[in-house]
Design a protein around this ligand. Structure first.
Ligand SMILES: Cc1cc2nc3c(=O)[nH]c(=O)nc-3n(C[C@H](O)[C@H](O)[C@H](O)COP(=O)(O)OP(=O)(O)OC[C@H]3O[C@@H](n4cnc5c(N)ncnc54)[C@H](O)[C@@H]3O)c2cc1C
Length: 382
């Protein structure tokens, strides 16, 4: 199927979903076998339940979030005659933070007044940094071992919510202050793409439900004003849980978004060259003497970064349900269960195992995860 035709069809499905959620199921005809969207005690928004079953699984994937206890590395260093700006280690928040840290990394590189810049890595950080620099008129070459769709960035879930990229006990107030303004900048960066089907960035209602009401009022990353319709309640909660914090949040579907910003980068003149860097000597041999390092977890060996480690996460994709326009995170005894809807799949997560390097899916875990989501779905219609 031609890409444009596919996008047009996705848009039509999106519109049908909007009709369904507005209670127009009868008009939409065949999109929903059974209209479950009844408002009830456990389902105050009248959401449709996720059809969580093994026979609806498209695939299960495992990704390694590049995590540093002290937060991402965003700084420059001189290495021989090469000026290197580091932009890596964004843990579980790299898609969200991309427009924030990449703008700062690009600004640091621009201070050298370079004619040409090498960007190492072609995940979300490399692509965003390259795009920003190319739009400033710089000749940019992206060198990378792997390209779309084979980067960690392709695996991300991804909700715009910059979290899970530092340990609070390890970061300074100065880092947190700078991070707040980076998060705000990053959020603004996504707004031009919202509700444009080609970029796959769209609003949905996001819920974090908890067993207890937090003692302190919420301070969400970047500031509460970045989360429209933010609401906390202990009555009329999703799944009938004791506490429900919800807001409008941006879903970013990496399968659409990354391809589109790569296209934007190509249009801006960025060149892409396959190359694996085995040592810093390989970097020093590049013709470009201004380099931005966006190698994610690859920076661990390349720059001997002992603070960098994987946060392994497994996701299962189910067949899409266009009628689902909400997402949730629910804590469990062993971690979290989360669900994010995309045009092409329902994404179920989410595990987080620090220091685990395997990218082989654990199908027992996938079964347990699906059982957990099935249980939640049943609560919506009970
Ligand atoms: C399960 C899961 C769920 C997630 N959910 C979210 C979410 O909801 N929201 C969110 O914001 N983020 C989420 N993330 C995190 C996000 O995916 C990462 O933070 C982000 O993708 C990191 O981007 P990156 O460009 O730094 O790294 P990558 O995407 O890993 O790109 C690194 C690039 O560097 C290249 N490279 C590495 N080493 C070398 C080398 N030696 N030589 C040449 N090239 C090299 C690689 O080939 C690759 O192209 C999630 C991640 C996972 C795994």
């Amino acid at each position: 199927m031609q890409r444009r035709q596919f996008i047009r069809q996705s848009t039509k499905i999106g519109l049908a979903a909007a009709g369904a959620s507005a209670g127009l199921v009868g008009c939409a005809g065949s999109i929903q076998e059974k209209p479950y969207a009844n408002i009830s005690k456990n389902n105050p928004y009248g959401y449709f339940p996720v059809k969580a079953s093994m026979d609806r699984v498209i695939n299960t994937v495992v990704g390694l979030r590049p995590f540093r206890t002290t937060g991402y590395r965003l700084e420059a260093e001189q290495l021989g005659d090469t000026f290197i700006v580091h932009n890596y280690g964004h843990g579980g928040g790299g898609i969200s933070l991309s427009w924030g840290t990449s703008r700062q990394a690009a600004d640091m590189a621009l201070q050298q007044n370079p004619k040409s810049v090498a960007v190492l890595g072609a995940g979300v950080m490399g692509l965003t940094t390259a795009l920003i620099l190319a739009r400033k008129g710089i000749s940019v070459t992206v060198y990378s071992e792997k390209f779309l769709p084979n980067t960690t960035s392709n695996i991300a879930a991804a909700l715009w919510l910059p979290t899970s990229y530092y340990d609070k006990s390890e970061v300074s107030d100065a880092f947190l202050a700078a991070d707040k303004s980076i998060s705000r900048e990053a959020f603004k960066g996504f707004l031009p793409f919202t509700n444009r089907p080609d970029y796959g960035v769209y609003w949905n209602r996001y819920h974090l439900v908890l067993q207890n009401k937090p003692e302190q009022p919420v301070q969400l990353p970047g500031g509460n004003d970045l989360y429209p319709e933010l609401k906390e309640t202990t009555t009329d909660t999703l799944f009938g849980m004791p506490f429900d914090r919800s807001c409008q949040g941006l879903i970013i579907d990496p399968n659409f978004y990354l391809e589109e910003i790569k296209n934007d980068a190509l249009i801006a003149g960025v060149k892409f060259v396959p190359k694996k860097f085995d040592s810093q000597t390989d970097i020093l041999e590049l013709a470009e003497k201004t380099v931005v390092n966006c190698t994610g977890l690859g920076a661990k060996t390349l720059f001997n970064d002992e603070k960098l480690m994987p946060l392994q996460g497994q996701l299962t994709h189910l067949l899409p349900q266009p009628e689902i326009n909400y997402s949730y995170v629910v804590p469990t005894d062993t971690g979290f269960l989360y669900m994010f809807p995309r045009k092409g799949a329902i994404v179920l997560g989410g595990t987080t195992i620090r220091g685990a390097y395997s990218t082989v899916p654990d199908m027992e875990l996938a079964k347990q995860m699906i059982a957990g989501h099935k249980n939640l779905a049943e609560r919506l219609v009970s």
